[in-house]
Write a protein that binds this ligand. Structure first.
Ligand SMILES: *Cc1c(COP(=O)(O)O)cnc(C)c1O
Length: 481
């Protein structure tokens, strides 16, 4: 495929601009004026449409292919949610901040307030801020709230405890707020080692950050005990709820001892995740942390109108402009309204059922280091395939040739050559069966023809990339089309 600049033909522009009716180069200083025309490509509208449509077809997306990316929930997001977000587009985000603005933004403020209430209900928390712009931003906000809580109480705290299966953002967020990290290993049964956790705890621990189910897709049955041990040291329990698909409507983290949670609306609640798109990581807290929440807070007054409250002396301040990524919140609100209570419960039931189905159908073909009923995702190891010199990455690349986005590989770090599969609730049995068949084919190919797997993918514009270099020195022009 030629680059758009290479398709340019002089004198064949896609648009004709009307003659300018303002003085050219009005008052611009001479130094800022161009010496020559901008050198834009001259291509017809049709050329441009074909170019970008063809480019888009070289991408994997949930709209085109099954995308079983563990820990990241690539589920289908209904298009009607985009319509809902579009309904709000005429309203400028600053409206509410004008002196008379609250009067003109009652609908937006009401939606945000209600969304916070729904998320509080779902997570078992008392209040929610919708400001944070991503999961990691929510984590940092949550840890800042915890730091403010300890400071107000005069507690001297130094550490945040995380299990070794934790998402990398957890220790990173805690470190950004100034804490040192204590990592607790995973026991052979797949959960954080309870005895080692007990030993790691001390009065200088500010918080324990966990996700439950953890990144092995396993629900920790000792979660209450862990919370009790933490609370005995006046350490707070932080729940990484980036992915709520596993427990929606079943378990409320606030009911099992957690004090702070963030949820990723762009994973569980109606917005696709990834590609650097807009995200939203609301944070929910128990009453003891409410005074520290970011401001302004949206409050509902006695006459049922909404107002912005800025007089909150203990607040950690603002964490985002414009109340966060507003469009993502509209989609989350519409998603919950559309599914209702029963629908949200079905989400987790179906997500867990699907993951267990895939696990049961592939466990004879791939090693399953933690062989238990899983939650929304299951983690295999390419251990059997390693004996033939085939790694998790080779299986992943083979899947690309067969029309599947690879699962997450090499994460969690505690599983050798991990292959982490999350089908989500939106996939049909037929889609999963087709995927299972291809995963079995890959296992057979690893035994018979390992070399073929080493060269995959062969059907794509690019084959094996140096992925570290590709991420650090992104230059898409070097691709061979
Ligand atoms: C995705 C994810 C995060 C980080 O969310 P971002 O929005 O990408 O910052 C944190 N924890 C877990 C478990 C996740 O899956």
């Amino acid at each position: 495929m030629k680059l758009i600049y290479e398709q340019s033909v002089a004198g064949r522009p896609g648009v004709k601009l009307p003659a300018a009716d303002v003085p050219r180069a009005a008052d611009l200083p001479a130094g800022l004026l161009r010496d020559e025309p901008a050198g834009l490509p001259e291509v017809s509208e049709l050329d441009v449409v074909r170019h970008y449509t063809n480019l888009s077809r070289r991408n994997f997306s949930v709209d085109t292919n099954f995308y079983p990316l563990g820990s990241c929930t690539m589920k289908y997001n209904a298009k009607v949610l985009e319509n809902a977000a579009g309904l709000f587009s005429p309203y400028h985000p600053m409206t509410a901040l004008l002196p008379t603005g609250e009067r003109f933004s009652q609908g937006s403020l009401g939606m945000l307030h209600e969304l916070g209430r729904w998320l509080a209900e779902i997570t078992g928390m008392d209040e929610v801020t919708t400001q944070p712009l991503a999961g990691a931003h929510g984590e940092m906000t949550g840890i800042m709230l915890i730091a403010a809580y300890h400071k107000a109480k005069g507690n001297r705290k130094k550490y945040v405890v995380v299990p070794d299966s934790s998402h990398g953002t957890n220790p990173a967020s805690a470190a950004m707020v100034g804490y040192e990290i204590i990592t607790v290993p995973t026991a052979p049964y797949g959960d954080m080692d309870l005895e080692l956790f007990r030993q790691a705890m001390n009065d200088e621990v500010a918080a324990v950050m966990m996700t439950c189910p953890n990144t092995l897709g396993l629900f920790n049955p000792h979660i209450r005990e862990i919370a009790d041990i933490a609370h005995a040291h006046d350490a707070l329990m932080y729940y990484d709820g980036a992915n709520l698909n596993a427990i929606l409507g079943k378990v409320r983290p606030g009911d099992v001892g957690f004090d702070v949670i963030h949820v990723n609306l762009h994973k569980t609640f109606g917005t696709p995740h990834g590609g650097g798109g807009p995200g939203s990581g609301p944070v929910g807290v128990k009453t003891s942390l409410v005074p520290f929440l970011p401001m302004p807070r949206i409050v509902k007054k006695d006459d049922d109108s909404y107002a912005l409250e800025t007089d909150r002396p203990a607040s950690i301040g603002r964490t985002a402009n414009f109340f966060g990524n507003f469009g993502v919140m509209v989609k989350a609100f519409a998603y919950m309204a559309m599914l209702g209570r029963e629908g949200l419960i079905q989400v987790s039931e179906q997500a867990v059922l699907n993951a267990n189905y895939i696990m049961s159908q592939l466990k004879d073909y791939y090693d399953l280091p933690y062989d238990q009923t899983c939650m929304h995702e299951c983690v295999f190891s390419a251990g059997k395939q390693l004996r033939h010199g085939v790694h998790a990455i080779d299986i992943a690349k083979y899947l690309i040739d067969r029309g599947y986005h690879p699962p997450t590989v090499y994460f969690p770090l505690i599983v050798k050559d991990a292959i982490m599969i999350e089908p989500t609730e939106t996939e049909s049995k037929a889609t999963m069966d087709a995927f299972i068949a291809v995963m079995r084919e890959a296992a057979a190919a690893a035994e018979k023809d390992p070399e073929a797997l080493h060269t995959a993918p062969v059907s794509m514009p690019v084959s094996r990339l140096d992925e570290t270099k590709a991420a650090r020195e992104q230059n898409v022009c070097h691709m061979k089309w």
